[in-house]
Design a protein around this ligand. Structure first.
Ligand SMILES: Nc1ncnc2c1ncn2[C@@H]1O[C@H](COP(=O)(O)OP(=O)(O)OP(=O)(O)O)[C@@H](O)[C@H]1O
Length: 232
């Protein structure tokens, strides 16, 4: 339902993004739109600029030229303080290797964003426990990441990304290190929860089976958004 022309005002939009890493032009005029609650897959060959695009959209990296607009605000022009506040309150991120804090248990990892937002310890732990339950890893609450399987760790990472009820989750190859069963469990948990809570997801993947979980797919080729198609 999310055609470019007829779609509602996008939650997140990038126009004509150019970003070079040294002499390599990772993005060469990429434009993309994400509607509220939409699950959008970005696919493309290795080196086509997918991660760079995600970093620009999430306000982690500033583009050299072009505009990133989030909820009507020019993200690429925001001062660093406001950007990091936005990232903390409105965005969630999951990377290929969950980036959980190795010294903390699953429960403490998921509770952390809530504690940083000022939630009491008791409430943060109660909410974190509910999110672990939702992702089927309540039984791993007291384990540290090193003692979990890759799929369990990714589900904990998803719980951590969603626990603050973000408007957008950025997922960069969230199943890239998983076997097909674990990958299926992670994608089912992510898309089910996102649809339930109306969270938009920008999903980077090179795996067509993973992309098929999205509402829509765009393809990056040599730093430009090349093709649009309905994936599901
Ligand atoms: N920090 C960096 N320094 C130098 N070059 C970089 C850096 N990050 C990315 N690049 C280069 O920019 C181009 C795009 O990289 P990017 O990681 O965005 O692509 P990708 O599609 O996500 O690739 P992959 O699927 O392999 O992760 C590549 O040629 C890459 O080598």
């Amino acid at each position: 339902m999310s055609n470019q022309g007829g779609s509602p005002v996008p939650l997140l939009a990038a126009r004509d993004l150019v970003k070079a890493h040294g002499r390599t032009e990772a993005l060469r005029g990429a434009s993309i739109e994400l509607a509220p609650g939409e699950i959008l897959a970005v696919t493309g060959a290795s080196g086509s600029g997918k991660s760079t695009l995600l970093h620009c959209l999430a306000g982690i990296v500033r583009p050299d030229t072009g505009a990133v607009t989030y909820a009507g605000e020019r993200l690429d022009r925001l001062p660093e303080r406001r950007l990091s506040e936005l990232r903390r309150t409105e965005f969630g991120v999951v990377f290929q290797f969950g980036q959980l804090i190795p010294e903390l248990t699953a429960l403490d990892n998921v509770a952390l964003p809530l504690l940083l937002a000022g939630t009491s310890r008791q409430q943060a732990h109660a909410t974190a426990g509910e999110w672990l339950e939702r992702f089927g890893v309540r039984g791993q609450a007291e384990l540290r990441p090193g003692a979990m399987s890759g799929g369990q760790a990714q589900r904990v990472a998803l719980a951590r990304a969603l626990v603050t009820a973000p408007k957008v989750v950025f997922a960069d190859e969230p199943t890239g290190a998983l076997d097909s069963l674990a990958s299926e469990q992670v994608m089912t948990a992510l898309t089910h929860t996102a649809r339930e809570s109306g969270t938009a997801v920008l999903l980077i993947t090179h795996d067509a089976q993973v992309a098929a979980y999205a509402d829509r797919e765009v393809q990056l080729t040599d730093g430009m958004v090349e093709a649009l198609g309905v994936a599901a």
